[in-house]
Ligand binder design. Structure first.
Ligand code: FAD
Length: 405
């Protein structure tokens, strides 16, 4: 009996591997594609296509791994709040270790930056877990802050480190276990829509699907163009990060993350070392982006100015792309003019912390289901995420409202 079952199971695996017809084909297996694939796969057949040998090779594997629910424009904050439950208590078996660990953040301001700080204090004064710090309190909380550098600080305790690898792998594992298929080293090179189905040609095979999802990160506008859709105006922006040693004999792991109030740099403990960034935002073409030596030098200069931290050696450095549309909010929804073409792009600098809620919303829109009220209660308005939202007609907005009531 067991042998028979094993043969059947092996046969099913073989059949799935040979399958070429799917309900949904998702292009891109970063956090956006993987989380959506996982949400869809219990209900429909899903193919996840990734051009690299490893999912997560691009932006997803290069982030600063933070959950900051006060970060970004209001729709991003709403998506982050709506994602918090999943990140705090993922489904049983999703991950062996917690996805979040408490970190805390202190935004720091020099004398000439106090207006920015007061604006932020005003903006967030209703949120719990935040408080203004004077110079002495800020210096006490950040042991390596250069004496006299700051005039004030703003602490937010509701900030965590995200285990990005555990989150990404958890989604991919769950996707596979509900029958989903992932094809790596499969670059999508052509898409054609005929007789209500998409034909998707990759560097490694051709597939058919009723719906295609564009979760191609920095490449999303290229994929849109390939499918005949109007561009969403995505601009990939390079951000540089590097790891340096902590001061000798000091373990910084319990320190908060420190961010310049005007986001000119940040510093974050990272497994006994310090991750630092000049928080650069340089427009780039979609590519395997690499750090620019000038950004590295700027980063070292800003960090050495603010902190008592002589940097003798960069242990590791990298750059990644944060891809934004004009209003810095994600684009999630069916294209207005191209049938069966769904956008899941433009997550910018918030794509990890918003992925759980965004994946559920995208899956509901694809399956023509209502979005769960408990997510919308965080203040999410689907019209803020819709492709072509700047020119959305009132009737379309009304339609989206009906979907959630
Ligand atoms: C330095 C840095 C710090 C960051 N810090 C944070 C943070 O603290 N918190 C946070 O929430 N976010 C952060 N982000 C942002 C976050 O990393 C991104 O928003 C997120 O990873 C985007 O995920 P994605 O799946 O859309 O893109 P990606 O991870 O880039 O995935 C897109 C995938 O599509 C694939 N693809 C493209 N074209 C094709 C094709 N033709 N065929 C097949 N596959 C294709 C690519 O290979 C890629 O794997 C940071 C980003 C950077 C760079």
């Amino acid at each position: 009996m067991l042998v028979f079952y094993a043969i059947l199971k092996g046969q099913r695996r073989h059949d799935l591997a040979e399958q070429t017809e799917f309900d949904v084909a998702i292009i891109g297996a970063g956090i956006a594609g993987a989380s959506l694939a996982c949400e869809l796969s219990p209900d429909v057949s899903v193919l996840l296509l990734e051009m690299e040998a490893q999912p997560g090779y691009h932006s997803t594997g290069r982030s600063a791994a933070m959950f900051v629910d006060s970060y970004g424009p209001p729709p991003i904050r709403a998506l982050s709040r709506a994602s918090a439950d999943f990140l705090e208590s993922p489904p049983k078996g999703f991950s062996e270790s917690p996805l979040l660990s408490q970190r805390g953040v202190i935004m720091i301001a020099r004398n000439d930056q106090l207006t920015s700080l007061e604006n932020m204090v005003g903006d967030l004064s209703d949120s719990g877990g935040v408080r203004r710090l004077d110079a002495a309190e800020t210096e006490a909380a950040i042991p390596i802050l250069r004496k006299g550098y700051v005039a004030a600080g703003f602490a937010n305790d509701r900030v965590s480190d995200i285990d990005v690898n555990a989150l990404h792998q958890g989604y991919l594992r769950k996707f596979r276990s509900s029958g989903g298929i992932i094809k790596t080293a499969s670059k999508v090179i052509e898409t054609k829509h005929t007789l209500g189905r998409w034909q998707v040609t990759t560097s490694n095979g051709t597939y058919a699907a009723k719906t295609i999802v564009n979760a191609a990160g920095a490449w999303a506008d290229s994929i849109g163009k390939m499918a005949g859709a109007e561009a969403i105006g995505l601009i990939p922006k390079r951000r540089t990060a590097m790891v340096v040693a902590a001061p000798s004999g000091v373990n910084p792991d319990s320190w908060p993350m420190v961010i310049d109030i005007d986001e000119q740099f940040y510093l974050k403990p990272d497994a006994g070392r310090l991750l630092i960034s000049p928080a650069d935002e340089t427009s780039s073409l979609p590519c395997d982006v690499q750090p620019d030596e000038l950004d590295v030098a700027i980063c070292v200069d800003r960090i050495e100015t603010a902190f008592d931290l002589p940097i003798r050696r960069i242990e590791n450095k990298w750059a990644g792309l944060r891809s934004f549309v004009d209003d810095k909010c994600p684009v999630c929804g069916f294209d207005d003019t191209v049938e069966g073409f769904f956008w899941l792009a433009g997550q910018g600098g918030y794509g990890i912390q918003t992925a759980p809620a965004l994946a559920v919303i995208a899956a509901c829109l694809i399956m023509d289901r209502s979005v769960p009220q408990h997510l919308l209660d965080h203040g999410i308005d689907l019209a803020d995420l819709a492709p072509g939202r700047s020119t959305l007609k009132t009737d379309r907005k009304e339609n989206l409202k009906r979907r959630i009531s």
